[in-house]
Design a binder for this molecule. Structure first.
Ligand code: 6PG
Length: 465
């Protein structure tokens, strides 16, 4: 009998199956259409992987309670696959969904399957193809008892950091997919922040691509250490064989997206938290797509477009480094704030320190500062905002001048730096005891009699303006 089944043999599913077999599991695999099963069979001959062409045989080859890991396209396909499996399963069997599913769909699937006597586990999976094969970050949620039954497999195939698996039970319902969704939002913002640092160094300090690759490599050896900075440095060393230009110069500047960043922002609006940095990164991807309009606008709309002149480049490179680090901290602060609010509003009991530990390995946003983030929430479970942890407070207090200088210089020279800018706006807004919302309350009361509260006594008040 096989200990686990993998449904879906795209690259991610195939690599997860290979990973499971490498770690000693007996794996059954199945794909909806036979072509991918054929391709898998032709490419890999593994003693402990059994490929099936009949769904019934696939299901019957599994030990009970059956454990089936779905790695299929997120969306309606997941429901179709679950519907096709259910008549073949027994009570207590476990279905795991490893796709980038919307957490609200996962909540619904969890409840429906529970009602029918099955277990559903949402598993956020990060790390791309390579991670799936050698150790992804896994973010599972659902019923804890069901998780205990799959934990030995999931924790074995996950990335390991300091002897700890980048996988642990996160919370109820579809919270695992929620955690993955916000992970992707942070990923978007982190990518945009690195891009803004690159643009400043290239277009304002006039450094060439090779120089920037070396700078990023050096930064990556310090507090900015992260997978995304590492790959960006590597990307910048690549040359296009046809034109002999840096690869980045021949890639069209229109960005794609599959939607998880957008969902993160939509949810922030739903639960009422400020998520300006991630949202700016989503908007910048949209703005990037109107390349043809931007090309016309560059000719027709005026504004400065100049180098930062007569400056000590070394000094500015250091300012950009500090600004990037602060932008990154502000992004994580907003993302983890969103986790905290969601956990309360959805009653999930998420452990923020555990989430940070999971992110240390295997996933796209793995970074040095995740240890500090985890420590901050471990030391103080009630920490309202990462900004208040002693470590991050010191960094922010020391870097805010650098971020301010870079943002101002960007504005002065006509370079859009939306995520760095949003980071500073969030920082300044958050540290302002007086917000200006008293004017908004007065305006609301003026035109709509919406009432306001006073600073000196309880109650709701209205003025005949
Ligand atoms: C990961 C990635 C992965 C995928 C994103 C890309 O954690 O492994 O986030 O899930 O690469 O979905 O997202 P976009 O296509 O939206 O940039």
């Amino acid at each position: 009998m096989n200990s686990i089944g993998v449904f879906g043999l795209g690259v991610m599913g195939a690599n997860l199956a290979l990973n499971m077999e490498n770690k000693g599991e007996k794996v059954a695999v199945y794909n909806y259409t036979p072509d991918l099963t054929d391709a898998f069979q032709a490419k890999y001959q593994r003693e402990n992987i059994e490929a099936h062409y009949q769904l019934e045989n696939f299901v019957n080859s599994l030990e009970k309670p059956r454990k089936i890991f779905l790695m299929v396209t997120a969306g309606a396909v997941v429901d179709t696959v679950i519907d096709s499996l259910l008549p073949l399963l027994d009570q207590g069997d476990i279905i795991m969904d490893g796709g980038n599913s919307n957490f609200e769909d996962s909540n619904r699937r969890y409840r429906n399957l529970k009602e029918e006597g099955f277990h559903f586990i949402s598993v956020g999976v990060s790390g791309g193809e390579e991670g799936a094969l050698n150790g992804p970050a896994l973010m599972p949620s659902g019923d804890r008892e069901a998780y205990q039954q799959v934990a030995p497999i999931l924790e074995k195939i996950a990335a390991q950091v300091d002897g700890k698996a980048c996988c642990s039970y996160l919370g109820k319902e579809g919270s695992g997919h929620y955690v993955k969704m916000v992970h992707n939002g942070i990923e978007y913002a982190d990518m945009q922040l690195i891009t803004e640092a690159y643009q400043f160094l290239r277009d304002r300090l006039d450094l060439d691509v090779k120089e920037i690759a070396a700078i990023f490599e050096e930064w990556n050896r310090g507090e900015l250490e992260s997978y995304l900075l590492e790959i960006t440095s590597d990307i910048l060393t690549h040359v296009d064989k046809e034109t002999n230009q840096p690869m980045v110069d021949v890639i069209l500047d229109k960005s794609g997206q599959k939607g998880t960043g957008k969902w993160t922002s939509q949810n922030a609006l739903d639960i009422g938290v400020s998520l300006s940095i991630i949202t700016e990164s989503v908007f910048m991807r949209f703005l990037s797509t109107v390349k043809e309009e931007r090309m016309v606008a560059e000719k027709e709309l005026t504004g400065p477009n100049q180098l930062v002149e007569e400056v000590d480049k070394k000094e500015w490179i250091e300012l950009v480094r500090q600004a990037l680090f602060m932008g990154k901290i502000c992004t994580y602060a907003q993302g983890f704030y969103q986790y905290k609010q969601a956990s309360e509003q959805y009653n999930w009991d998420l452990h923020l320190d555990e989430i940070a530990l999971i992110f240390r390995g295997g996933c796209i946003i793995r970074a040095g500062i995740l240890n500090e983030i985890s420590d901050a929430f471990k030391e103080n479970k009630e920490l309202p905002n990462l900004f208040f942890s002693p470590f991050f407070k010191t960094v922010l207090n020391n870097s805010q001048t650098a971020l301010r200088k870079v943002v101002i210089k960007g504005m002065e020279t006509g370079l859009a730096l939306p995520c760095l800018n949003a980071s500073l706006v969030y920082y300044d807004g958050y540290r302002s005891a007086k917000s200006g919302a008293n004017i908004i309350q007065a305006q609301r009361d003026y035109f709509g009699a919406h009432t306001y509260q006073r600073i000196d006594r309880e109650g709701n008040f209205h003025t005949e303006w």
